[in-house]
Write a new protein. Sequence first.
Length: 424
Amino acid sequence: MKRFILLTVLCCLALGMSAQTAKEEIFADVHRSAANYYAYPQPSAVQTAPPAGYKPFYLSHYARHGSRYLINPADYEKPLEILTEADRNNVLTELGRKTLLIVDSVAHMARSRYGELTLLGARQHRGIAERMFHSFPEVFRGEAEIDARSTVVIRCILSMTAECLQLQSMNPKLKFRNDASYHDMYYLNNDDLYFKELRKADKLNQLKVALREKHVHPERLMVALFNNADYVKWKIDAGKLMTNLFDLASNMQSLDTDLELYSLFTKEECYDLWQVSNKNWYVFYGPSPLTGGKIPYLESNLLESFLNAADTCIVKKENSATLRFGHESCLLPLACLMELGDCGYQTTDLNKLDEVWRNYKIFPMASNIQFVFFRKKGSDDILVKVLLNEQEMKLPVESDMAPYYHWKDVETYYRNKLVAFKKN
């Protein structure tokens, strides 16, 4: 008995030691501070075997496009312009001149490719497709039908293409239906005025300003880059330049280059700047009580697409897959609406938000939600397992065999949730 108690205590201690805070995770790998620019991490979780006799037959997913260049040309051109002018005025330090050369190089890489998928982005989706094929081979056997649809944005279309080509290379018999049409945008990338208005509230705009004042501290960086404090005070919006350079540093992990800008920032600064992002995404796209927890319902149409497609494919009794490709601004609220793991967490204390809710775990580049369906010969009981970025998720319904859930319970919960919102 004493030995059992000792082992239990040791296990609890080990679990406690392995649970890192967000700050510890970012200090261990500053790339996580990139938030939605975080390049898709290599999955390490081991899949839980299905209950005896159950085999996968259908997979349904929504994936964000893979790594991309920054979308706005000004994200490259503005810091380049500021540093170039400072260099002409001989006010850059040696580090400032080095930073100018790196920014100039990255700006050249991105020229006329703003928002486009990078080579890494395509590789991310090929890797996801390859792992899906190996993890759930029964889904992709024979002449399985693959219905793949993308938003009309080219980086999403190319992400879809990368996954489909990888799957077809592994089974040439697969039958694909590929589409990218405004016809499907109502659920692939919903744009609803009601939710836009929720985000325009004065209190939210005031919060944005307050978060920058609290977490953006450019003084040390300006001293490191410029040798003239009066010039900085006169000519430069220091906070804006700091966040511009941080966005460049964050996004450079999406490029095939050895150049980097993360060394401009201390780990503390990376954590601080990430907090601005984490809190903003939570309030403007997550389940924050500041918006009444309503924002995730922006993806009601997308969740209905999952439910309806599943019903159709279950009735067909044939192995198949439904693949959808879009954006992080859809995937994050969808994960919150589905209450995957801690995604639906609600708190009014933003100072403690990152104890539970961390955006880099939800929507890195190429992030994806997979519903995998299982059936057993001679049984009508369909099971489902849900993966977020290839990690098994806890769902908001009871199960006697988690992470596997009875589909009838999951579908009933989500449909009732959508009905309740529409009534209100």
